[in-house]
Design a protein around this ligand. Structure first.
Ligand SMILES: Cc1cc2nc3c(=O)[nH]c(=O)nc-3n(C[C@H](O)[C@H](O)[C@H](O)COP(=O)(O)OP(=O)(O)OC[C@H]3O[C@@H](n4cnc5c(N)ncnc54)[C@H](O)[C@@H]3O)c2cc1C
Length: 402
């Protein structure tokens, strides 16, 4: 078994690490104290630098202007970029655009690819993904109220969605709506591309999340679709295949998220160790790092991070070699395990900083607020645990165990 990172990947990661340290981390104080919209000019400058360095859109197809890295290589990139909350955006591989790019590439018509995919990869426009509804459980999305009814050459969409992340200022949404209510539950919904300036696409608000409504890319929209009419040619993939395509979107997406979370863990862990080593706690100069309980946290966090990282890289490798179906169990395992490690590491890092850990003078409270959601989106912890346990237990039905 070879655990070595390929040289080409190491070179890319070295460049990204340096860029994050020099160009992005110094912007974070402004990021914490300004609206995202106000930061856009500075971020555009950084994006131009990334393009010049030929590191733009690392995971996206080469033919559309990306670097075309495979899933395992991009996993390393995602970890490196995750150290700053600005990383993925500045390198053009941010969610939800990344997932939308994947499905447009796999299922888009030639016309859809030219109109939506190309400018999206180039970073000229943004998009959002509109599936979760206010009144119905996102954990069981077959319970969906949003409908898309055929009328002439169009679909007419009605429904209420929320957590349509980054809808503020997006050019288009990929909307999940019921097109085939008579079909079996998992074949009732379709994905439809809806330009955000279509009449009937009503951006109600950016939802306040953990004390912040955010703006532009950095927000989560509530959207009311009221007789929102789009041509039937905006259907993405086959009709009734919305859930099938959504599953494809979530597989690699979970690897990207987990590795991004591990980047956050690494940053928080570094800050925790540095603070513990420097914070003098007694008149004779003993630091926080001399306390056994802090040493235990550091050792436990180091072990958790390493375990989570190996599990995630293994899942990425399995997706590449065997496909998403074969890797389903591994994807569920990392989704809840890494989210839990993230929460623990960030919490310990905050605790070690004491009062400073609660201030936006450092990045840790930002991670603490915004990354709590990791245990909810892309499948809540409990849903993944149940799915894994069910699959494991099936293997014991009628099996003799000695
Ligand atoms: C920051 C953030 C960004 C998001 N971005 C998007 C986006 O871009 N597009 C989009 O469409 N959606 C997005 N979502 C929505 C997300 O996908 C849903 O919140 C998620 O699917 C859970 O659905 P729900 O909120 O309706 O909770 P519910 O389905 O009501 O579940 C509530 C809780 O019940 C528990 N639970 C659920 N099922 C089970 C079960 N079977 N057994 C035991 N317990 C269970 C879990 O603890 C869960 O947290 C985002 C959410 C957040 C927080």
């Amino acid at each position: 078994m070879d655990f070595e990172t390929p040289e080409k990947t190491r070179l890319i990661i070295g460049m990204i690490d340096e860029f994050v340290d020099k160009e992005l981390i110094p912007l974070e104080r402004e990021f914490a104290n300004k609206s995202f919209k106000d930061l856009l000019p500075a971020l555009e400058e950084k994006r131009a630098m990334v393009k010049k360095m030929e590191l733009w859109a690392p995971n996206h197809p080469k033919e559309f202007g990306g670097m075309g890295l495979n899933l395992v290589d991009h996993a390393f990139v995602s970890e490196s970029l995750g150290r700053s909350p600005l990383g993925h955006y500045v390198f053009g591989c941010q969610a939800p655009d990344a997932g939308n790019i994947e499905i447009l590439y796999l299922h888009g018509t030639e016309e859809q690819k030219e109109k939506y995919l190309r400018p999206l990869v180039e970073g000229k426009i943004r998009s959002c993904f509109s599936m979760t509804e206010v009144e119905l459980p996102g954990s069981n999305p077959v319970m969906m109220d949003t409908t898309a009814v055929k009328d002439g050459d169009d679909y007419v969409i009605n429904g209420q969605k929320w957590y349509t992340s980054s809808s503020d200022g997006a050019a288009f949404a990929i909307v999940m709506a019921k097109t085939n209510p008579e079909a079996p539950p998992y074949l009732q919904a379709s994905m439809i591309i809806v330009p955000c300036d279509t009449p009937g696409f009503n951006h109600v608000r950016n939802i306040p999340v953990m004390g912040e409504a955010g703006s532009d890319y950095f927000g989560h929209g509530e959207i009311l679709y009221q007789s929102c009419r789009v041509p039937q040619k905006n259907l993405l993939g086959p009709e009734g295949h919305g859930f099938v395509i959504a599953q494809e979107r979530l597989g690699p997406g979970r690897i990207h998220h987990c590795m991004r979370w591990l980047g956050i863990c690494k940053r928080s862990f570094d800050l925790m160790c540095k603070r513990a080593s420097e914070r003098i706690m007694t008149p004779d100069g003993k630091t926080l790092a001399t306390k056994q309980i802090i040493q235990a946290w550091i050792a436990e966090c180091a072990a958790e991070i390493q375990a989570a990282r190996l599990m995630t890289l293994n899942a990425a490798w399995k997706i590449e070699k065997l496909g998403i179906k074969e890797a389903r169990e591994d994807i569920s395992l990392i989704k809840f395990f890494v989210a839990g490690v993230l929460q623990n590491v960030v919490d310990k890092a905050l605790q070690v900083h004491g009062g400073l850990g609660m201030t936006d003078d450092i990045i840790i409270p930002f991670f603490y607020r915004h990354e709590r959601a990791a245990r909810i989106y892309d499948g809540a912890d409990e849903v993944h645990k149940m799915a894994v346990a069910r699959r494991i237990l099936r293997g014991y039905e009628g099996r003799e165990v000695k």
